[in-house]
Design a protein around this ligand. Structure first.
Ligand code: FEO
Length: 398
């Protein structure tokens, strides 16, 4: 049965939630599920903004039929071709064969690649194009690599509505209210929004900055993303988060100690550093990189200003989980942070030098203190070195 929320008199939310999904994009755990958002504008013409993932397609089609109220569907705007939004496209075309598809040139080609789709009834739009649908018009904004190359956003100037595609989305299913101002967003969604941003579009900070510059010229009163809550209040606060994130700047001053430990000794070293940081008044967190999903590690690394990486040496390299984490940081253009290093090894410790080679190749990374070497287990001298390292990090933070 349909389950709709009216956003404005003429704009309806048609999306639905998937709480059974384990891994979004087969990569990112989503224990709180995810929403797939879709919207219908009813003016002199009816305009659907995106479809949904196949997991929630049945509910979506019931919602669409109810929201149309017997009217034909005139347009479907395809902002983004990734199947979490386009998987229901062919079913839509079969159900509403007269609909005109409005999309970018790149998406038009992708539709033919993904589906047995003839490409008829397609109107290609580009940056700056405007389409009247009655009392309202729809302006199109190019947003390449946010988060695929074909992405467009659209904007209804008469009502200040931005359909932002993946941007301003978040992991986490919606429950009851679809509006960010009706949930405790900072408490319940911000961590997932940050993790979503850095893992999904974090690599494309320059492109996100380009979109934010375009957005600055618009009177945005409503943001309708493809995942997570709809924004109609405090929009500037969330735009500010995106500005900080896409500039690769720390969101908070504080330290995170990441460790990879096999027999607890490297963990012991990491926790001595963390304890000394806390004693110095530094906000600090500790993560075992072998036990926390790398998507969370990535998000936390981008959140804070100072990072301490502690790894045992393994097969003459950095321990597997730490090596994987650092590779993920590198893939997402990690930069602009201070870092400190602790290595462990029983006969040939070299994880420190190998980690330093990775971090020193990243942009604007500042090493704090000397790499502390632990030989098998922490002794009195290495304990003092760990305390000195924590003091150096605390001093750098002050
Ligand atoms: Fe939600 Fe890039 O798809």
């Amino acid at each position: 049965m349909y389950n709709l929320t009216q956003i404005t008199e003429n704009l309806c939310y048609l999306g639905a939630n998937d709480r059974r999904i384990a891994l979004f994009e087969s990569a990112f755990p989503v224990p709180r599920g995810v929403s797939y958002n879709s919207y219908l504008l009813t003016d002199e013409k009816t305009v659907l903004f995106d479809t949904v993932d196949s997991a929630v397609a049945d509910r979506f089609f019931e919602n669409l039929e109810e929201a149309l109220g017997g009217r034909p569907l005139d347009y479907v705007v395809v902002h983004h071709m990734e199947p979490d939004h386009s998987a229901s496209f062919l079913r839509l075309i079969e159900k509403y064969p007269a609909v005109t598809v409005v999309t970018s040139q790149k998406t038009a080609k992708m539709l033919e690649n993904y589906f047995p789709f003839s490409g008829k009834n397609v109107t290609v739009v580009k940056e700056g194009d405007t389409m009247s649908v009655g009392k309202r018009s729809i302006c199109f904004v190019s947003a390449p690599m946010v988060h695929w190359p074909e992405v467009i956003m659209s904007y209804i100037p008469e009502e200040g509505v931005l359909f932002s595609a993946d941007a301003f989305g978040t992991f986490g299913a919606l429950g009851g209210s679809i509006f960010a101002d009706e949930v405790f967003f900072e408490r319940d969604f911000l961590d997932d929004a940050r993790r979503y941003y850095f893992n999904i579009v974090g690599k494309y900070g320059i492109q996100v900055q380009n979109v934010l510059k375009k957005a600055a010229g618009l009177d945005i009163r409503l943001i309708c993303p493809l995942h997570g809550p709809v924004w109609r209040k405090d929009i500037g606060w969330f735009l500010g988060k995106y500005d900080t994130w896409s500039k690769y700047l720390p969101e908070e001053k504080g330290a995170v100690v990441f460790y990879a430990s096999v027999y607890e000794h490297t963990q012991n070293a990491a926790e001595i550093v963390a304890t000394e940081l806390a004693k110095a008044g530094v906000p600090v967190k500790v993560y075992d990189v072998s036990h926390t999903h790398v998507s969370n590690l990535l998000s936390e690394a981008f959140r804070y200003s100072h990072l301490v990486f502690c790894s045992t040496t393994y097969n003459n390299g950095v321990f597997i989980s730490m090596e994987n984490f650092i590779a993920d940081l590198k893939a997402h253009f990690f930069q602009n942070r201070s870092y400190a290093l602790v290595e462990n090894g029983s006969w040939s410790p070299q994880a420190g030098a190998l980690m330093e080679a990775e971090f020193s190749a990243m942009k604007n990374m500042k090493k704090v203190g000397e790499t502390v070497t632990v030989l098998s287990s922490v002794k009195a001298d290495s304990r003092e070195a760990l305390k000195a390292l924590a003091a150096a990090v605390a001093a750098d933070l002050s």
